[in-house]
Design a protein around this ligand. Structure first.
Ligand code: NAD
Length: 489
């Protein structure tokens, strides 16, 4: 694979509005930094409310104009063309994502087949708005038509931990249902979202159907959440930002999808196959340097095997290859930014004071000192009420918490404001069912962790927000039902 920096990563990137690449109204720009080296890659545009105004107007024009005349078949053909274009350029997209947010190429390139399935899933859903008719039981001379209508202009606000995928959780259902979108990527990692949008335009997506306004959350995100011309906001990010979006969205009562954080329990019973559970639960926390919403950061381990598990987990953590995502064999890259590095180091310090540090806890030095690298870290004998067990760290920090019984495991698992995901490792079918049913979360994995099928999807409950990504629920959330009653006499 060609590892030289793609030509796309140079100069100052513009905003995509109404099919044109345009300068931001502010004339300002933001640095795009490679988190593995601290080096400047290029600049992105610093959009603001004026750019949001232009982008929403373009999305509205497209929604009411040419895009509304596309049939389900037309949207399906377009999505499949986009699919082919994206796959043809996937190596470049993966490299851009690695340079911009640090994840190893093994991860970013590894998503090719998965993204292909995701795009094909949304292409298969373009008929979701088809008509249902029935003679009416209340009055035989009446009939009714029920349509599922696209909600309109969707604002997509996404975080930096997987922007390529994050863009598609917006574009997939929007294009499938006939909505239009204004995407706001995170200021720390916008490049893959910009490049994928450029490729989509090349594949024939009509002007204004997708628009991208880069910039800061307080400017672009807030303006999208407030804008009365935006019918729905699909947000992925932190709880605090979600609360600000809920308040800002009140003006036109826009529909919201909120996919937030977690402190997910991954429960290991004494009868588990530790050869699978140790690497599985470890990578359930450490993958993507812990910057994963569903990360199983609270590893609940049955007391009889707690010490053995912790020792094997530490031994596993030592084998993980940390480095620049472009280096062959790298399993874990850097954290996204200096700010995130400081946040994670702060929690590592707290963990050192309140629990037993078994492995890690340090920033990496030597030739990795230029980037934002930390060691995968394991704390043992953690209590569930400790700070490191209650607060989302968004770094590679595992809290191992001992428990004795199934009831206690469930009580601890659910003693969190979050409800995004959970895991169970056991050979006992009854334990697997009891515990997976008992965890109050939107997603549970049994003897595996982090698997997501586009046709099934995932989502959260409690303070992890509401909404569902993937599956028919995701498609339907971009539609609203409309009934037409007809008197046949
Ligand atoms: P964040 O909430 O700070 O930022 C997310 C996005 O919101 C960014 O694009 C940001 O610019 C924007 N934003 C910031 N302030 C805003 C405002 N006032 N109004 C509107 N938009 C605003 O989150 P983050 O730190 O970038 O991302 C990490 C968080 O995202 C974690 O909590 C993680 O668990 C969560 N996450 C959840 C999922 C999921 O599907 N549940 C997936 C990935 C990440």
């Amino acid at each position: 694979m060609d590892m030289s920096t793609p030509a796309f990563v140079q100069g100052t990137k513009k905003l995509l509005i109404g099919g044109q690449w345009v300068e931001p109204a502010s004339g300002q720009r933001i640095e795009a930094i490679n988190p593995a080296t601290g080096e400047l890659l290029c600049h992105i545009a610093q959009g603001d409310a004026q750019d949001v105004e232009r982008a929403v107007a373009a999305a509205r024009r497209a929604f009411e104009g040419p895009w509304s005349r596309f049939t389900a078949h037309g949207r399906r053909k377009l999505l499949l063309r986009v699919h082919d274009t994206i796959l043809d350029n996937f190596d470049e997209l993966a490299l851009i994502e690695t340079l911009d947010m640090g994840a190893p190429l093994a991860r970013t390139r590894g998503y090719k087949e998965w993204l292909s399935q995701l795009l094909q899933f949304y292409a298969s859903q373009t008929g979701a708005g088809s008509v249902a008719t029935s003679p009416m039981s209340i009055a035989p001379n009446f009939t009714a038509l029920k349509h599922l209508m696209p909600v309109g202009v969707v604002g997509g606000i996404i975080p930096w931990n997987g922007p390529l995928m994050g863009s598609w959780w917006i574009y997939g259902p929007a294009l499938a249902t006939g909505c239009t979108a204004v995407l706001k990527p995170a200021e720390d990692a916008s490049l893959s979202s910009l490049r994928v949008s450029e490729l989509m335009m090349e594949a024939g997506v009509p002007d204004g159907v997708i628009n991208v306004v880069t910039g800061y959350g307080k400017d672009v995100g807030q303006a999208l959440a407030e804008h009365r011309g935006v019918d729905r906001v699909a947000f992925t990010g932190s709880v605090g930002t979600a609360q600000a979006i809920v308040r800002a969205s009140a003006g036109n009562l826009k529909r919201l999808q909120l996919e937030l954080g977690g402190k997910s329990p991954d429960i290991v019973f004494a009868d588990a196959d530790l050869d699978r559970a140790v690497p599985g639960a470890s990578m359930g926390v450490f993958t993507n340097t812990g910057q994963v919403c569903v990360a199983g950061t609270r590893i609940l381990v049955q007391r009889a095997i707690h010490d053995e598990f912790v020792q094997r987990m530490a031994a596993f953590a030592k084998t993980i290859k940390i480095g620049d995502g472009r280096e062959p064999g790298t399993q874990i890259g850097p954290l996204i930014s200096q700010r995130q590095l400081e946040r994670v180091m702060h929690y590592m310090e707290i963990g050192g004071q309140e629990a037993e540090l078994v492995h890690g806890g340090q920033r990496l030095s030597g030739n990795l000192a230029r980037g934002f690298f930390v060691e995968p870290t394991v704390f043992a004998n953690v209590r569930n009420d400790m700070t490191i067990a209650q607060e989302e760290i968004f770094g590679p920090v595992a809290s191992v918490i001992p428990f004795d019984t199934v009831d206690e495991a469930l009580q601890l698992a659910n003693d969190t404001p979050y409800g995004l995901a959970g895991g169970v490792w056991t050979r006992n079918l009854s334990t697997a069912h009891t515990v997976s049913q008992g965890i109050r979360s939107g997603t549970v994995w049994v003897n595996c962790y982090g698997v997501i099928d586009p046709a099934v999807g995932f989502g959260g409950t409690k303070m992890s927000g509401y909404g569902w990504k993937g599956g028919k629920e995701h498609v339907e959330s971009f539609l609203y039902p409309k009934a037409t009653y007809i008197n046949l006499d």
